[in-house]
Ligand binder design. Sequence first.
Ligand SMILES: [Ca+2]
Ligand SMILES: [Ca+2]
Ligand SMILES: [Ca+2]
Ligand SMILES: [Ca+2]
Length: 171
Amino acid sequence: MNKIVTKLVSAAAVAATLLSVPMSASAAAPFKYGDINGDGNINASDASIIYSLKNKKVTFNSNGTPKKNEVYFSDVNGDGVITDADAEIVLQYSAKSGAGNITLGDANDDGVVDVKDAIRVGRWIANGKQHKKNTEITLNLINANVDFDDVVDENDQDLLLSYLAGNIDEF
Ligand SMILES: [Ca+2]
Ligand SMILES: [Ca+2]
Ligand SMILES: [Ca+2]
Ligand SMILES: [Ca+2]
């Protein structure tokens, strides 16, 4: 990781820590997209949890926080419902990372990291970063979350654009 990225990640971590203090318990949960059991790895164990949540829908409290973090972070394609497609994304990620072949930044899951991914993340942000059914803005939230926090937002898009502009070499 180069210095710029380290600084950005540190800044994001500090911001997340500061933000998480006054917020509800959901913000402090150990979950990340794809890492449903919170053990720090994205693998078949997480996929099996996702299979067990099949057909569950992502719902939100009135303040915008997810009602169930487990369901929210299982919806790794962001379409608002848990299906086999979400588990398959996790298994695919696990297989690729096991082979040392992580396509971080590949938000649209087409195998390359290019401007289309930045556009896809931009549309996700413009759509309110919500998990909505019937949206055309499905994406691979594991790949899109290039700063490794618990949300795909403007910071991920900025890092992606910096990467595409050649300002950073890796995430
Ligand atoms: Ca895990
Ligand atoms: Ca889904
Ligand atoms: Ca792509
Ligand atoms: Ca992020």
